[in-house]
Design a protein around this ligand. Structure first.
Ligand SMILES: Cc1ncc(COP(=O)(O)O)c(C=O)c1O
Length: 352
């Protein structure tokens, strides 16, 4: 067998994750284009330079741009520049860094996460203030960072006002604000504001900026918005094994991502497909919308006995086993026919 003959590899599609999708053809083309000739290694290449100056133009001259391989590392590195080992991060219980990173922040940084139960994945100023009573007491871990996810792990969005209220609360209490933006493209597309308005102008200090879930082969960015937060990042990134020697291949992907608003167009499409899926699903008896569909994920509670037949039709995850809450995720390449076909199968099940 020819090892690169992939014709027999199953090409099934579904709503399991935006990580299941392939890479956007324009991203692949940029990778190929960046592969001709040699370029300096470890980020001292013209592609990374172009990406940094583009983002500094968009987000302000103090922006530090640090390409990394994945989102977990982007989160850990973001927190690392903000924290000392006796300090803590306040975050929603549902935060990816709390529930889905295998304890990476605790393991790498030796810090504590102070998680708060929320009704919709969103932290509020009163949640933050409820955890500050031990400040200045040497017996207690010291909260120093607030981390929010935009959009949240449950597909909900913070409005700009809500981000600004959190950042005002952080300022008032001398806390840093980190934003996990693994799917921030979908949030920017949904709210129709600029990346700058949603982040640096709303008081975010460090941003984990996602690329992989929106059409990159791999690649995320840590973006810092204050010069003092840049000082140690180069060293932390290297120590964590996140300094890509051929960094041009991350940067070139991001250049394609930002060119002609590919990132926003891809995100708009994914959001629109999720909106159609959601609108169709809520009309079907047995389907209960768990959270409003604001970006590219549809969260619905469905009868348990539907799981098997529906997952056989197209894969998806049950995100909360107790409530049997399914997550139907649309990627940049989701197709209307798939949405309609899937809804047809849900309707059959709903009709009993
Ligand atoms: C909100 C959020 N943050 C961070 C990550 C981590 O990304 P990675 O799997 O690349 O480490 C994910 C991945 O699912 C995520 O959903």
């Amino acid at each position: 067998m020819k090892l690169t003959d992939f014709s027999a590899v199953p090409r099934g599609r579904g709503f399991a994750s935006d990580n299941y999708a392939g890479a956007h053809p324009q991203v692949l083309a940029a990778l190929a284009a960046a592969s001709t000739g040699h370029a300096s290694s470890y980020g001292y290449d013209p592609y990374t330079e172009r990406l940094s100056s583009y983002l500094r133009q968009e987000l302000g001259p103090d922006t530090g741009v640090y390409p990394v391989f994945n989102g977990t590392a982007a989160n850990v590195l973001s927190l690392q520049v903000l924290l000392r080992p006796y300090q803590a991060v306040i975050c929603p219980r549902s935060a990816h860094l709390n529930e889905d990173e295998c304890g990476a922040p605790e393991r790498w940084l030796g810090i504590k996460l102070m998680d708060v139960a929320t009704s919709d994945g969103k932290l509020r100023p009163e949640d933050i203030e409820s955890l500050l009573h031990g400040r200045g007491d040497e017996h207690r871990v010291q909260p120093a960072v607030v981390s929010i996810t935009q959009p949240t792990e449950w597909g909900t969005l913070y409005a700009l006002d809500e981000i600004r209220a959190i950042s005002a609360c952080c300022k008032k209490h001398g806390l840093w604000l980190h934003m996990d933006g693994a799917r921030i493209s979908n949030a920017v597309a949904a709210l129709g504001v600029s990346l700058r308005e949603m982040t640096v102008d709303s008081g975010v200090d460090v941003l984990s900026f996602g690329g992989t879930k929106n059409g990159l082969v791999f690649g995320e960015l840590v973006l810092t918005f204050k010069p003092e937060l840049s000082r140690e990042m180069l060293y932390f990134r290297k120590q964590m094994g996140q300094l890509h020697s051929k960094m041009r291949f991350i940067s070139a992907q991001f250049l394609a991502f930002f060119e002609d608003d590919l990132w926003l167009n891809s995100a708009r499409h994914a959001n629109a497909m999720a909106a159609e899926l959601s609108a169709g699903a809520v009309k079907i008896p047995g389907v209960d919308l768990a959270y409003p569909t604001q970006v590219n994920g549809v969260f619905v509670c469905i009868p348990r006995e539907w799981n098997k037949p529906l997952q056989e039709y197209m894969p998806f995850y049950i995100f909360d086993v107790e409530r049997n809450m399914a997550r139907w995720m649309c990627g940049f390449d989701a197709q209307r026919e798939e949405v309609e076909g899937f809804l047809g199968r849900v309707r059959e099940l709903g009709a009993g």
